[in-house]
Design a protein around this ligand. Structure first.
Ligand SMILES: N[C@@H](CCOP(=O)(O)O)C(=O)O
Length: 434
């Protein structure tokens, strides 16, 4: 399987090359040349399969011979040592709890897979590799955890100062060792722009071996498709009928991974792109004009993205056709007040505590239903509510219990380096510290 760039200015490359480059040299995002269609017998057997079995089968079609099957199996079993349960709230409303990994967010799935793939490909390189990552909250923690103390790899995390939750921040600013946090005076979009500019900078590329751990990297994105299959498998053990995924959306890697699963043959009736006031994609779906805008801070901060990177992949998947995209995806956006109400509604109706991102997806699904949409809703709960304790308390009147692994981090000293949002600052830092 080869991978082409969405900007189509370079020749296709192998999976290994796509992973190590992160972003294509023409600044496009890598896409598989064909999306493999899985057999009907595999789809029908899903309810009998474990997460690791599903992940191994799906991944092997994208990686081919570049990683022998036995090695791939070992790597996947090692990465996915936590559960992703589907919780029923109502016959047509289920929550996919993606927050049982080490950093209590769905990014653990992509980051743990990717760190192992990268370590596998880099085992013979003999040169230090710098992983640059921009975060609006959850990616930073998962990538820091995934690469912590991995020999030969240094991770540099750029995050918008004052715009991530306290718990998220301590998760990536207290580790030290090979993890450096740069606290940027700006937005997530500034951080993402700085990272992308670094990849395009010839001086930096000549001096440093740089790669990305955001969902722009295909090895971060592909594993996110595994849990769509696994959610479907769990639902099918109990119910028949059309399946709808409601996806909290920021950089749109999560939704794009769902579209990959659908193209591979997973019977998904519809997707819901659930966003906060950073509603670039819902507005595009409603009005047909794609207008990226500066991100605004919200209580569902991990989705504070005004210019989502993966829109390039989504558009590519639909052959740049808006009507085709509209057939498969509906977009909804919620204000902070509506998000708080949704968290309270979920607590009152179902005695379930959800984080603000999941709450946006829940309300978006209920609106889709109220507008005549059909199907069993699977809401992707992307983070543990305790990562947003103050926000949850402001909505439901009490703090969620902080798991032990997070409580101990809160007492550790924060180590971050302040940085302006101009590229020169980042370049100087990388040139002089590397
Ligand atoms: N929501 C993200 C923003 C970056 O998204 P990614 O999926 O491209 O890494 C975060 O929590 O940092």
């Amino acid at each position: 399987m080869n991978y082409y760039s969405t900007n189509k200015q370079i020749a296709p490359v192998s999976f290994n090359e796509a992973v190590i480059s992160g972003l294509a040299p023409d600044k496009g995002l890598f896409m598989p040349e064909q999306i493999p269609v899985l057999s009907q017998s595999f789809i029908q057997s899903l309810p009998d399969l474990s997460f690791v079995e599903i992940a191994t089968e799906v991944a092997s079609h994208f990686i081919g011979q570049e990683i022998p099957e036995k090695d791939l199996q070992t790597l996947i079993a090692d990465a996915f040592n936590f559960d992703i349960p589907l919780v029923e709230l109502r016959e047509d409303l289920h929550i996919l709890e993606l927050f049982h990994g080490p950093t209590l967010a769905f990014k653990d799935v992509g980051a743990r897979f990717m760190s192992r793939i990268m370590a596998y490909f880099l085992r013979n390189v003999g040169q230090k590799v710098y992983v640059l990552v921009a975060t609006s909250g959850d990616t930073g923690s998962a990538v820091a955890q995934g690469f912590y103390k991995v020999p030969g790899i240094d991770v540099v995390i750029l995050y918008p100062s004052g715009k991530v939750s306290k718990v998220q921040e301590v998760q990536f600013t207290t580790l030290g060792e090979n993890i450096t946090a740069l606290e940027v005076n700006g937005t997530f979009d500034d951080c993402q722009r700085l990272v992308k500019t670094a990849f395009a900078d010839v001086n930096l590329r000549n001096k440093l071996y740089l790669t990305s751990a955001n969902s722009i990297n295909i090895a971060r994105l592909l594993p996110q498709s595994f849990y769509y299959f696994y959610a479907y498998a769990q639902l099918r053990r109990k119910y028949k009928g059309p399946v709808v995924f409601s996806v909290p959306s920021g950089n749109y890697g999560n939704l794009t991974a769902g579209l990959f699963a659908q193209r591979m043959g997973l019977p998904v009736h519809h997707f819901i792109a659930a966003s906060n006031s950073n509603d670039t994609v819902p507005l595009y779906l409603q009005k047909g004009t794609y207008l990226p805008k500066p991100s605004v801070a919200t209580i569902s901060n991990a989705m504070d993205v005004g210019d989502p990177s993966n829109f390039a992949r989504m558009s590519d998947l639909f052959g740049n056709s808006l009507p085709s995209m509209q057939q498969q995806i509906s977009g909804y956006s919620l204000s902070d007040a509506e998000t708080r109400n949704a968290m309270k509604e979920m607590r009152d109706k179902f005695q379930y505590t959800i984080d603000p991102h999941g709450a946006v997806a829940y309300k978006a699904f209920e609106t889709y239903k109220a507008n005549g949409g059909e199907g069993h809703g699977i809401i992707l709960a992307t983070a543990h509510p305790a990562k947003f304790g103050d926000v949850v308390e402001s909505a439901i009147g009490k703090q969620p219990i902080l798991p032990e692994q997070l409580a101990t981090l809160l007492n550790k000293p924060k180590k971050s380096i302040p940085m302006s949002n101009s590229f020169e600052g980042l370049k100087e830092f990388l040139m002089s510290n590397a």
